[in-house]
Write a new protein. Structure first.
Length: 317
C-alpha cells in the first residue's frame, strides 16, 4: 500500500455515513462505484476504526441497520483538508498568475499519512522540530523529540500533533510544518500514559492549538467553560456555513444590539460553545470587530479587560 491510510477512501466513507447508515457490503459497493474498490470487509472495518480514532462517533452495525455516524462535528475538516491538498497538488501548473489565487501548499503535510498511522496504531515516534525562541520569534535550532502521538488537529490551514513528550515528561503540541526526519519507533500502550484521555479531551476543547491562558484558571486546573457569544446576523451566516468548533450551538435567542464598528443596530443571536479558553479564542473575539460580543463567562470578560485594555493604542501607531 503506497499511502496509509487511503485519505480519499476515508473521506468517501465518512460522507456516505453522514447521509445514511450503511452496511459493509453497501460501503464496498459505494467504493466500487467511486473507483476505489477494495476486496475485503476487513479493510472497511479498519477504515471505520481509523475514523473512530480521529474522533468520529460511529456505532457498529445491527440486524436492522448498518454503521451509524452519530456526529461528524469534531475535525469535520481534517480529512477534507488533506484530500483537497492532494487534489490541488495534482493541478497542472498555470502560467496565468492572476487567474488562480490559492493558499500556499503547506509544509509538512506530506507527513500526515505517517502521522495518521502512528496515532491509529500507537507507534512512538521520533522527529526533529524547530521551535520559536521567545525573544526573537525566529526558528531555534532543531531539537530531537520522542513522543507518544495522541491526536491530530487542523486549524486555519495549519496542522498540529498533540502528544506526550517523553523528552520532558509533559503533554505538548507540535506544528507539523516544523517537523522533519519523522521515524516510527516501537509501539506503546496508550493505557499506560497517565492523563492521556483528559489531555486529548482538553485539546479537542480548544479553538486552534494555542495553550490555555496563563494565570486564568484557579489553582491552575484547566477545564472547559460554557462560552456565550452574541453574534451579528452578518457573521452568523459564516458560522452556519462552517462551524467554529464542534461544540457550537446556535440558539433561538435574539436581541438588537449596536455594532460598535458600524454604529448601527443589528440583530444578534446567542451562540454557545464548551471550550477551554485560550489565545486563539481571544483572537476570534477581537477579529470579529463588533460582529462577536462576548456575553459569558464573566471570568473571561474580566481577563480580556485586564490583559488587553490597551490593545488598540499598542497596535496602531
Amino acid at each position: 500500500m503506497s499511502k496509509y491510510p487511503n485519505i480519499q477512501r476515508l473521506v468517501l466513507i465518512k460522507n456516505l455515513l453522514s447521509n445514511k447508515p450503511s452496511s459493509s457490503s453497501e460501503i464496498l459497493e459505494f467504493l466500487e462505484q467511486k473507483g476505489l474498490a477494495v476486496e475485503s470487509p476487513r479493510t472497511v472495518a479498519r477504515d471505520i476504526n481509523i475514523l473512530r480514532n480521529l474522533g468520529y462517533e460511529i456505532e457498529s452495525p445491527t440486524k436492522n441497520r448498518g454503521y451509524l455516524l452519530l456526529n461528524s462535528d469534531y475535525k469535520e475538516d481534517l480529512l477534507e483538508r488533506y484530500h483537497d491538498f492532494m487534489v490541488l497538488s495534482k493541478l497542472p501548473k498555470s502560467n496565468n498568475e492572476d487567474g488562480l489565487i490559492t493558499t500556499p501548499l503547506l509544509k509538512g503535510i506530506e507527513l500526515l499519512p505517517s502521522l495518521f498511522q502512528a496515532v491509529d496504531d500507537f507507534y512512538k515516534i521520533q522527529f526533529d522540530h524547530k521551535g520559536y525562541t521567545s525573544e526573537t520569534k525566529e526558528h531555534s535550532k532543531p531539537k530531537t523529540w520522542e513522543v507518544y502521538p495522541l491526536v491530530l488537529k487542523e486549524y486555519q490551514g495549519k496542522w498540529h500533533l498533540h502528544s506526550y513528550a517523553l523528552t520532558i515528561n509533559k503533554f505538548r503540541t507540535f506544528g507539523i510544518d516544523r517537523m522533519d526526519n519523522l521515524t516510527h519507533l516501537e509501539k506503546f500502550n496508550p493505557d499506560t500514559v497517565e492523563g492521556a484521555e483528559e489531555a486529548i479531551e482538553l485539546f479537542k476543547r480548544r479553538i486552534g492549538a494555542t495553550k490555555p491562558m496563563d494565570n486564568y484558571f484557579k489553582n491552575g486546573k484547566v477545564k472547559p467553560q460554557l462560552i456565550k457569544f452574541w453574534v451579528s446576523s452578518f457573521y452568523l451566516n459564516y458560522l452556519k456555513a462552517k462551524r467554529l468548533h464542534y461544540s457550537q450551538t446556535i440558539t433561538s435567542e435574539n436581541k438588537e444590539l449596536v455594532n460598535f464598528a458600524t454604529k448601527k443596530k443589528m440583530t444578534y443571536t446567542m451562540v454557545t460553545f464548551v471550550l477551554v479558553p485560550n489565545y486563539d479564542l481571544i483572537k476570534v473575539i477581537v477579529s470579529g470587530l463588533g460582529d462577536i460580543i462576548l456575553d459569558q463567562p464573566e471570568s473571561l470578560k474580566d481577563y480580556i479587560k485586564k490583559k488587553f485594555n490597551r490593545l488598540v493604542p499598542n497596535i496602531i501607531q
